[in-house]
Design a protein around this ligand. Structure first.
Ligand code: PLP
Length: 395
């Protein structure tokens, strides 16, 4: 149903990838806000259900607006196939539900997203699925945690919020040798900065809520990767129902047309902010992948073509100073989202990672005074000025 896009560059292909709903002539794809599709005949219905013919049946199974989003994401990530789902967490849980059996073991970097941690510690054990964590800063320790039953390995690079980086190519080879499926959470980097599938990962997931939407409007997710795995995930999703809304899919597809220019602009601004904060007397520590002081700077330069839009800093004075700093911001929003056109500050210890114990937070490198800044597309001088005045006001 889709024509091969013209153009050589990925940016061009994404903008030009369109899924046709029939003989329509619209320039921008319409939104297919319909729950079901008409069958031409009883035989047509039978063939669609049996998979003998391609076509739409019911929007929980598939929808042209959602297909367009998936195709565009496949172009960007260089993957053969993908399944769009209702949220980023659904893009983590759906592959786990589809691919794991009771008795299996999941290996994960300790610094995975807060809700991913919750799935592994509170939900999977009820189905007899165990997990182990390894320290992303000491990847060589991963071997100590592998079991014969290890089926999936989950990592985030760069991680949230400490921005640790892991060598995806190395980890892919490690997993492949042991027949472990590698699932990479690529939310912070976006496919513009790194393409984990091309580095050997089996599956790549995104929260479309973040940079893919890029304007803080909707929740969505997608998992992409090797075809046989995606087939299993698609079947699981078809019956369990985490479908992406066609409206959101349409909106995300439009956003993908500007993803590369947005990510470039976010990265430029974030680097400028990180460089500014590094010499600030009220800031204890700054983390940014493309800052030479980052502990994995060389790897980050090799693996990521840009540094991304997130800067993490630690203010002097711990958690209380952190709270005062957030209350002193006048331009930068205080919210839980990231990857928005508007700059956003978050205090992970009291919000996104509040469900972790103090020891667990320490183990993933979340310090009490740590603030995550998602640098937006405002003029960076204005963002720097606001952060400086909030650092002064909170002293
Ligand atoms: C936000 C986020 C998720 C979860 O995505 P939702 O769309 O909020 O469900 C997963 N991983 C990372 C790194 C995220 O930032």
């Amino acid at each position: 149903m889709s024509k091969r896009p013209r153009g050589k560059d990925v940016t061009t292909k994404v903008i030009r990838t369109q899924v046709s709903g029939g003989d329509q002539r619209e320039h921008a794809q319409p939104i297919y806000l319909t729950s079901s599709f008409l069958f031409d005949s009883a035989e047509h219905a039978r063939a669609l259900f049996a998979g003998d013919k391609e076509g739409n049946i019911y929007s929980r199974y598939g929808n042209p607006s959602v297909d367009e989003f998936v195709e565009r994401m496949c172009v960007l990530e260089g993957t053969p196939d993908g399944v769009a789902v209702a949220s980023g967490m659904s893009a983590i849980f759906t592959p786990l539900g589809a691919l794991l059996n009771s008795g299996d073991h999941v290996l994960a970097a300790r610094s995975v997203f807060g809700s991913t941690h919750q799935i592994m510690t509170r939900i999977l054990p009820r189905w007899g699925i165990d997990h182990s964590y390894f320290d992303i800063g000491r990847p060589e320790s991963i071997g100590d945690h592998v079991r014969p039953s290890t089926r999936i390995c989950i990592i985030e690079s760069p991680s949230n919020p400490a921005l640790d980086v892991i060598d995806i190519e190395w980890l892919s080879a490690f997993c492949r040798e042991r027949e472990i499926i590698l699932l990479v959470d690529n939310v912070f980097a976006t496919p513009i900065i790194q393409a984990p599938y091309s580095l050997g990962a089996d599956l790549v997931m995104h929260s479309a809520t973040k940079y893919i939407d890029g304007h803080g409007r909707g929740i969505g997710g997608i998992v992409l990767g090797r075809k046989p795995l995606i087939e299993e995930i698609r079947l699981f999703a078809r019956h369990t129902g985490p479908a992406m809304s066609p409206f959101n899919a349409w909106m995300f597809s439009r956003s993908l047309e500007t993803l590369s220019v947005r990510v470039e602009a976010h990265s430029e601004r974030a680097l400028a902010l990180a460089e500014h904060l590094e010499s600030h007397p009220e800031v204890e520590l700054v983390r940014y992948p493309h800052l030479p002081s980052h502990p994995q700077y060389d790897l980050a330069r090799r693996q990521m073509c840009m540094g991304g839009g997130i800067v993490t800093l630690v203010v002097r004075g711990g958690a209380e100073r952190g709270s005062r700093f957030l209350d002193s911001l006048e331009l930068v929003s205080h919210s839980a989202n990231l990857g928005d056109t508007r700059s956003i500050a978050t205090h992970p210890a009291s919000t996104t990672h509040s469900s972790l114990t103090d020891e667990e937070r320490e183990a993933v490198g979340i310090l009490p005074g740590m603030i995550r800044i998602s640098v937006g597309l405002e003029a960076v001088a204005d963002v720097i000025e606001d952060i400086d005045q909030a650092l002064t006001a909170s002293a």
